[in-house]
Design a protein around this ligand. Structure first.
Ligand code: FAD
Ligand code: FES
Length: 275
């Protein structure tokens, strides 16, 4: 079920330079939302910009009827969004998209986020924590000051590993390199050390396309499986305009197109065809 809602802004805070957390009063959306879904947000009160902007659902508080978005100012639409104040109204369409699959068993779960990719994964990790399922969360950014949600994710009970490009904290290098190093550790799935056994697990990824491409390769090379949330520019957000097409394997050695807004944004690692 997706809805068009004129949601009231509860509050908006700048959590880091150019990054905002926007809380909206939208009880029906909060009730229906699942991790990995997104809202298609009308960023201004005029026809400029004309198109809505897709922003992932970062977290919901179903009791309060609130939905939060966490976003980076990338251009005109998000810059307009960042000016909203408590009491303002914002037109949102959603929740849209398929969302992440919650694990059914007790497998090792890894969440790998690059930069603002942590936004939808936080909602997923919150739901996972509610199921008493702990994950290993790998967060990457250019520098320590640009890592978001580290303490909030630790507070959910998950293990957090960090990677920064400049080495200011955690692994010096990319979050995918860190995942690759970690995935090669000989640890039994129940946590006991066993040098003869390889780790296995299911990976949830979100971040820039270049990072996700590398992550999908690392997941496959290490014999893991998983799913990634793709980003494409969107028009309608509901499957009608085909502007958000991506390529997935067709099972016969070729590919077919799917719509990121309707068939995704979450796709199995094994299915995505990268350019
Ligand atoms: C399903 C989905 C969920 C998303 N969730 C979030 C989120 O939670 N937080 C967040 O900060 N961003 C998220 N994005 C990206 C966000 O939609 C774009 O940053 C936003 O639309 C940019 O709009 P703008 O008007 O500010 O910038 P524009 O002026 O439209 O573009 C500025 C720059 O961003 C690039 N860009 C614009 N849209 C996209 C896009 N969809 N994918 C990749 N690059 C783009 C443009 O090529 C340009 O270089 C998500 C995108 C998708 C598809
Ligand atoms: S944005 Fe129109 S089909 Fe996906």
């Amino acid at each position: 079920m997706s809805l068009v809602v004129n949601a009231e802004v509860v509050e908006q805070n700048e959590v880091m330079q150019g990054h905002f957390r926007l809380a909206l009063n939208a009880p029906e959306v909060a009730a229906a939302a699942r991790p990995g879904q997104f809202l298609h947000v009308s960023c201004g009160n005029t026809y400029d910009p004309l198109l809505r902007r897709p922003i992932s659902i970062h977290t919901v508080d179903r009791q309060k009827g609130e939905v939060k978005l966490l976003y980076r100012v990338a251009g005109r639409g998000t810059a307009l969004l960042s000016r909203l104040k408590g009491g303002d109204l914002v037109d949102v369409l959603g929740p849209l998209g398929n969302g992440f699959t919650l694990p059914a068993g007790s497998e090792n779960v890894f969440a790998v986020a690059g930069g603002i990719g942590v936004a939808p994964l936080y909602f997923f990790l919150q739901e996972l924590s509610g199921l008493k399922h702990k994950a290993t969360v790998l967060l990457g950014a250019a520098a320590k000051e640009q890592l978001i949600c580290v303490d909030e994710i630790k507070a959910l009970g998950h293990t957090v590993l960090l990677a920064t490009d400049n080495g200011s904290t955690g692994h010096r290098g990319t979050v995918v390199e860190l995942f690759d190093l970690y995935a090669r550790l000989p640890v039994h799935s129940c946590g006991d050390y066993n040098p003869d056994e390889e780790m296995s697990g299911y990976v949830y990824g979100c971040g820039p396309a270049a990072m996700l491409k590398e992550l999908c390769a690392a997941v496959r090379e290490n014999g893991f499986s998983g799913e990634v949330s793709l980003e494409e520019r969107m028009g309608c957000g509901i499957g009608a305009c085909l502007s958000c097409a991506c390529k997935v394997k067709d099972g016969k050695g070729g590919f077919r197109h799917q719509r990121v807004c309707l068939d995704g944004p979450v796709f199995p690692v094994e299915e995505v065809v990268w350019a």
